[in-house]
Design a protein around this ligand. Structure first.
Ligand SMILES: Nc1ncnc2c1ncn2[C@@H]1O[C@H](COP(=O)(O)OP(=O)(O)OP(=O)(O)O)[C@@H](O)[C@H]1O
Ligand SMILES: [Mg+2]
Length: 248
């Protein structure tokens, strides 16, 4: 068996009588971009919540980098190097892009010195500026986050996820609601982040995007993995086609 960076074992999440995630095994190899797709309500976000400690699985196990992280808090998991972006951008609208990025770094506490140094130390501000430039919002560094377009907010959210230098990022629909020209920017950014050594697990409804950017995909339907493989196989998979047609 190869050693995956992230592995789930039979993860189940029930909400009362509803089984939102129903025995899911995924293995994400270090260095890959992996897509997670499936119809609305198929359990994608709930699986993310179970992986990142936002929810405790009803049963099953989550391993990250060879360690059991099941039941740890999101902050502890972030310290381990696994950071997630939410379906709706979670940014602080009333403060600048700069301050959002500094807060994202301080909150994770990944860099232990960051806890000791002042939040706006020159090093921290340099890193914030570089990260804003890297995602393409360097020109908005001193602007209030509320003045960004939705696409720019999504880029800021990715930048915030990158601030602590994570090993694995989980992105929940990074292109949803974003205008087409900005979608290309976000896809290019995901690729660049990955080329810099960060493993990516990506929920995405835009099939062109997810088939183009992913090394492999998992398909969820009614909380279960119904297919796993490279994009060209997934596109031909009868069960996958049925799941999508069935939900239309
Ligand atoms: N906190 C919760 N309490 C009760 N039911 C929930 C909760 N969160 C999700 N669900 C239910 O679990 C199922 C899976 O939802 P989830 O949000 O994981 O789907 P999804 O695949 O992310 O869908 P989408 O593509 O629409 O974002 C749905 O039936 C949803 O209504
Ligand atoms: Mg979702």
């Amino acid at each position: 068996m190869t050693s995956a960076l992230l592995r789930t074992h039979e993860v189940v999440k029930k909400f009362g009588g509803l089984v939102a995630v129903d025995g899911v095994d995924v293995a994400i190899e270090d260095g890959d971009i992996v897509g997670l797709i499936g119809p609305n309500g198929s359990g994608k976000t709930t699986l993310f919540n179970c992986i990142t400690g936002v929810l405790s699985p009803t049963s099953g196990r989550v391993e990250f980098d060879g360690r059991d992280i099941t039941g740890k808090s999101p902050d502890q998991i972030a310290l381990d190097g696994l950071i997630r972006a939410f379906q709706e951008p979670r940014i602080f609208p009333g403060i600048s892009v700069r301050r959002n990025l500094l807060a994202a770094r301080a909150r994770s506490g990944r860099v232990s010195e960051a806890l000791l140094e002042r939040q706006d130390s020159p090093d921290a501000v340099d890193r914030a500026r570089e990260t804003a430039e890297f995602v393409g919002i360097g020109g908005m560094f001193e602007e209030k986050a509320s003045s960004l377009s939705l696409g720019q907010k999504k880029l800021l959210q990715v930048a915030m996820v990158l601030m602590p230098d994570p090993d694995l990022i989980l992105l929940d629909e990074p292109t949803a609601g974003v205008n087409p020209s900005m979608i290309t920017d976000i896809v290019d950014l995901v690729r660049e982040v990955n080329e810099d050594g960060t493993t990516v697990l990506l929920i995405e409804h835009n099939m062109n995007v997810v088939m183009d950017v992913s090394d492999s995909l998992y398909v969820l339907n009614s909380g279960q993995v119904i297919a796993h493989g490279p994009p060209d196989e997934i596109q031909q998979n009868d069960q996958v086609l049925r799941a999508y047609l069935g939900s239309a």
